[in-house]
Design a protein around this ligand. Sequence first.
Ligand code: SF4
Ligand code: SF4
Length: 154
Amino acid sequence: MKRNVDFKDISDGKLYSSNDMVRADCHNCEGCSACCRGMGKSIMLDPFDMQRLCKGLSVNFDGLMERYIELHAADGMIVPNVKMDGQEEACVFLDAGGRCSIHSFRPGICRLFPLGRYYEGDGFRYFLQIHECRKKDRGKIKVKKCRFVKHLLQ
Ligand code: SF4
Ligand code: SF4
């Protein structure tokens, strides 16, 4: 999806390839679940996410719609997204301990975070979103060792 933002305002201004080092290691998000709350409709799901959610939760599309996801319109398309719930607007998959209850099959956006993809020509590179992740002491990690990227390369 296209975002109408200035790249310099949301990133450190660099584009990363899979062999580059990037400050995106959140130390397994210990003690933090900030990006699992108040995310509105932004945790969007692609067909691969949908297939993994159905398999992981042992439900079909209707079952997902009953409890976990909703549909919204974006760029002229109907797109599914993970629901936020309650006063805190917490993701429906966030457990009482503030951890993701579907960690092994969580959506691609969650796996990639705090990296994003920057599409150019026929391919893409990665960028670091500088405002969204609350962890102040993120370590450096090779892009291809990030959980989502690693998953794609396996
Ligand atoms: S699916 Fe998991 S990682 Fe993604 S927002 Fe929900 S609780 Fe957080
Ligand atoms: S804000 Fe950063 S450290 Fe906190 S849960 Fe999200 S990715 Fe992990």
